[in-house]
Design a protein around this ligand. Structure first.
Ligand code: BGC
Length: 456
């Protein structure tokens, strides 16, 4: 596909051939060196043209609690999913029953060849009532961490991945001034209980999503009206005036509360046991300027600016990307006619990874982990193609000595894709919805093989 940018700085269409030809010599450090600030090691290109990634490179797969655990009954979303009417296609229900099957799932991550498992701990389980912390649930996550260590996997823990306790939503959620106190207290309790076993952590998963949605005007009027009615019902059910929802809430207010919450959570983690790097995962699209009066730079400043600044003051930035956006003078343009779309309606654009790594590294000036990248598709051959081209981008960044330290694929298994329910298939592993049986797809074996060899 052609490079449609005005400045030509992105949109490189890297094929397998160009990837091999480019080779990848670059910088990325040992995982352990991150917190110690040692300089990164180098990647090598062998005589056969394959690329060896740097020693200690993290190869992982990711999940998020609400999407895989099942029965997250004290969360805000569980309530919203069960309202009538609801905007959710279907309820999360048992999800992948990962809450009970985590041991086998973690063993599978190892068996496939990965060395890292990124998962989230669920605030709604750990603090099901305001100020009441469940030791049993904290112990559950300790067991998950232990399972990772038994398998020799580095556990990367997300402290918040979209869902909140129902009581938190009912008192205003992230729109409430002072919510940072509540998140900091939760982070402190969780870090104290789990910190000695954590390999790396992130405070928030994509805290900039409300801004992304606002920018793209992604909710049609009818959806907003339905959402308003749904939230009113939720407020009524919880005896409050305003039930706050992260995606629908005031993006500016939430940002202003979440930024201090991020810093306070980092401080809490650093004060607790263990010594592990802490970052934040940002949703970034490969924004391409179309036309001289493109709003591309305004978009970047608004959507990513504050969080890249936050990442700059953290140990690393987590890059999460799925596609590109072509940004014109009035905002994002729809994908061009005839381009391949994924199940989410995104343009098939694996090259976004290279561009977003470059962009994030340049602005945050801290090491980069790709904490999410993947594709919703029923066609596993497209997943392989997508990931191969995305990895070519990682290799190109390494060649240019950008400090990329890991690639974590979204997702380990097909799971609950929020309001889209179980239809989109992001997993390397298929999950039978009746029996919960896991079946690795060819992409799982392919990517796991690369991880095992640390070479492509
Ligand atoms: C989120 C995941 C989600 C994925 C695919 C990311 O924005 O962190 O929870 O499943 O995208 O849509």
């Amino acid at each position: 596909m052609a490079d449609t940018s005005v400045d030509g700085s992105h949109g490189s269409n890297v094929t397998r051939r160009t990837f091999v030809a480019r080779g990848a010599v670059g910088a990325a450090g040992l995982f352990a060196s991150l917190s110690l600030g040692e300089s990164p090691s180098r990647a090598d290109v062998s005589k056969t043209g394959s690329v060896d990634f740097p020693r200690g490179f993290l190869w992982g797969v990711a999940t998020a609690a609400h999407q895989v655990e099942g029965n997250n009954v004290n969360s805000d979303l569980w309530l919203l999913e069960h309202l009538k009417p609801t905007l959710f296609t279907e309820p999360s229900g048992d999800a992948c029953d990962h809450y009970h099957r985590y041991k086998d799932d973690i063993a599978l991550v190892k068996r496939l060849g990965f060395n890292t498992y990124r998962f989230s701990i669920e605030w709604a389980r750990i603090e099901p009532e305001k100020g009441f912390f469940s030791l049993a649930e904290l112990e559950h996550y300790r067991r998950m961490l232990a399972a990772c260590h038994e398998q020799g996997l580095t556990p990367m823990v997300t402290f918040w991945h979209f869902t909140v306790p129902r009581w938190f939503a009912a008192i205003g959620g992230w729109e409430r001034t002072g919510a940072d106190d509540l998140f900091a207290r939760y982070a402190e309790r969780a870090a104290k209980h789990l910190g000695d076993m954590i390999g790396a952590a992130t405070t928030f998963n994509e805290p900039n999503i409300p801004m992304v949605l606002k920018w793209g005007n992604l909710f049609p009027k009818a959806v907003l009206t339905a959402a308003g009615a749904m939230l009113q019902q939720a407020a009524h059910r919880t005896g409050t005036d305003h039930f706050s929802d992260f995606l629908l809430g005031d993006a500016n207010k939430q940002r202003d509360v979440m930024l201090p919450a991020h810093y306070r959570a980092i401080a809490a983690m650093k004060a607790g046991p263990g010594k592990y790097p802490v970052g934040v995962n940002i949703a970034i699209s490969d924004d391409q300027a179309i036309g001289a009066d493109s709003q591309r730079d305004v978009k970047r400043t608004t959507l990513y600016g504050p969080w890249l600044e936050a990442a700059a003051k953290s140990d690393f930035v987590g890059v999460q990307t799925y596609t590109r956006s072509r940004v014109g003078k009035d905002g994002d343009l729809p994908p061009e006619a005839g381009v391949e779309l994924t199940q989410m309606g995104y343009e098939f654009w694996p090259e976004s990874l290279e561009q977003t790594i470059r962009y994030a590294a340049q602005h945050a000036k801290v090491p980069v982990y790709v904490t999410e990248n993947g594709i919703g598709t029923e066609d596993d051959t497209r997943r392989i193609e997508y990931t191969m081209r995305a990895l070519a981008g990682v290799a190109a960044c390494l060649r240019d000595k950008i400090d990329v330290r890991g690639y974590i694929h979204w997702s380990l298994m097909d799971n609950f894709e929020w309001n889209s329910g179980y239809r989109p298939k992001f997993g390397l592993v298929a999950v039978n919805r009746d029996t919960q049986e896991r079946t690795p797809k060819p992409s799982a074996k392919w990517l796991g093989g690369i991880a095992k060899r640390n070479s492509f």
